[in-house]
Design a protein around this ligand. Structure first.
Ligand SMILES: Cc1cc2nc3c(=O)[nH]c(=O)nc-3n(C[C@H](O)[C@H](O)[C@H](O)COP(=O)(O)OP(=O)(O)OC[C@H]3O[C@@H](n4cnc5c(N)ncnc54)[C@H](O)[C@@H]3O)c2cc1C
Length: 172
């Protein structure tokens, strides 16, 4: 990527990872819009990343070194065996080459590794995304809401990335 401005909607795991990648790849300006105003709360127990993907992300600098992780090698499938034993009966042991990360530590590591050039705007919600202009020169127009100085604001970017989760405004 050479030049161009990028809006990333959502500043969670995918948003921080993509913003870093875009800035390192040469985007001229990267802005992350995250609607959560305060501290990002921990979500879930942990996130598992396949060993090979973890190596790729680390080599690209997207997954910073030093984030505590637990190495997993196998997944055990157990059924009740009718006895009083809580251990049950093992019926399959599956290879499971994954690194398991605590959500909060993973997010913090990704956020801290985001280059300083990335603008991370918290407390700003993107309410809609539309095309502004036709053809190759067309840009994307984002409508924002949030603090009084942001509500109703319009921003135009060359690329919009939806990292805004399962109820994505961008996907709509
Ligand atoms: C209760 C729960 C438990 C989970 N447990 C696990 C687990 O144990 N293991 C696992 O692998 N995964 C788990 N997950 C899934 C985990 O949350 C996701 O894998 C991971 O967080 C996805 O990251 P993401 O960046 O794609 O999306 P999300 O984490 O969903 O982030 C989307 C971000 O976009 C922001 N946003 C949304 N709309 C807008 C908007 N219009 N404008 C601005 N910002 C916006 C949100 O505030 C949010 O920060 C769990 C999820 C939940 C809800």
């Amino acid at each position: 990527m050479r030049g161009g401005t990028v809006a990333v909607v959502g500043g969670s795991i995918a948003g921080c990872a993509f913003a870093s990648a875009a800035a390192r790849a040469g985007a001229e300006r990267v802005v992350v819009f995250e609607r959560t105003g305060g501290r990002m709360a921990d979500r879930g127990v942990g996130l598992c990343v396949h060993d090979e993907r973890a190596s790729e992300l680390a080599a690209m600098g997207t997954l910073p070194a030093g984030i505590p992780t637990h190495r997993l090698t196998r997944r055990r499938w157990v059924v009740r065996d009718g006895s009083a034993s809580p251990a049950g009966k093992l019926f399959w042991e599956q290879p499971f080459p994954f690194h398991s990360y605590h959500w909060g530590l993973l997010w913090r590591g990704l956020r801290e590794a985001t280059p300083a050039s990335v603008v991370y705007r918290q407390g700003v919600t993107v309410t809609s995304v539309a095309r502004d202009g036709a053809g190759a020169g067309g840009r994307a127009e984002l409508v924002l809401s949030g603090p009084a100085d942001a509500t109703g604001d319009l921003e135009r970017h060359d690329l919009v990335v939806g990292a805004d989760g399962y109820r994505s405004v961008v996907r709509d």
